[in-house]
Write a protein that binds this ligand. Sequence first.
Ligand code: FE2
Ligand code: FE2
Length: 453
Amino acid sequence: MAEKIAKPAAKAAPAPKNILLFFGSPEISDLLTFSLESRYQCSVTSYASIADAVLSFKTSHYDLVILDTSLPDGMLVFEQVLTAKIPYVIHHPDGKSPEVRGPKIKVYKENELLPAVTAAMTTIECALREGASEGRAPFVGMRMSLLTKANPQASDLYVRLSDLKYVKLFHQGSTFTADDEEKYSRRRKISHLYVRTDAIERVVDKVNGMLEDFLRRPRPKAETAPVVVDTVETIHELARHLGFTPEVQKLVKNNVDLVVAEMQNVPSLAGILKNMERNKDKYIAAHSQMRAEVSCAIAIAMEWGSDTSLKKITMASLLHDMCLTDNRLAAVKDTKELESRKTEFDLSKQEEYLSHTKRAALMIQGMKEVPADVDKIILQHHELPMGTGFPEAIGHTHIHPLAATLMIAHDLVDWIIDHPGDLDKDAFLAAYDDKYAQGAFKKIMKALRELKL
Ligand SMILES: [Fe+2]
Ligand SMILES: [Fe+2]
């Protein structure tokens, strides 16, 4: 049975918060209203007329006011906010600071508005809606290469110009071709298009249909591996923004089934390593997919390759770094390396790194029918045999054998990415012999040594 991580005790549901928006641009108002109401337990009232906004203070109580002071009358509304002593976020597209009093003033340029509003929602202790997670945005990015395989498009597709500006490029029902992808990636240097969060269910259904088709009619590995990589990226994005909704859980299951079905056909490590795509631009997604295959191959070599074990390590591999958002950060091997690269990663990135195993393990517990131990394997993926890893600094005797498999597979995948050409297995083993000299780790290294590649 999986060893569960303690979940915080449930609290009584807090009252929804009232928020006032005063913006000249209806697009920004719509976007903010949608973003806040879909993510938080709040009700947003939006005014573009000064008279209505000022009048509303007489009849309504607000917990937060978000207003644009660049509007001719913006400062009048602001005076009301100060008088009523309401927490506020001030937006000014030029970042100009109005002359004001009070402790909670914030002046933000356009690109800083969403993070400022998110921080203000935490300050006023506005609760998230059920199933919503931190960082929910009104749009979710999807890699263009995945969209080319999901025609006709199940939703409108947008290009992102800034945090607040998205422009519609393709309508629902249209075809997004490889030529379109080539055109946008070459001319505009973009890799993702965006789908409105309220339409995401349809898009995920479509991708699920595509994966199920792959499962029914197996395709060559060269065709399925990139689909798995792109879908893994989508799963991470959706899980972080929406949580594990039933559609996202289905996406995980289909992806795991696809990898496991493939591994049962090509079980040798030699077969896996041949033609493995080494994609540094998509490190998080690509190394998760490679790691799934390499760990399955090792588990099969260790005779731990039951269907259940393969599903467990595949799911853990695909999701282990889902709470990291930065490909460079995901490539950091341990706390020592993080320490030596402190100037590259600010404090919030360092915190993101140090907490990513725990956050991912907790999120996994929110999934239904997740195989036992997947949360534990994910939680332990940065532990080390000598007890010098994180988050718990447990030694090899407490590390799950499948977590050990994943750790060695991770180093092997990184080695393959860093050393182009044929794998020099002996060089890899020599480099990692000392690190993995105990318990299950030692057994896995021995099996690797004996394996013919
Ligand atoms: Fe990783
Ligand atoms: Fe990690």
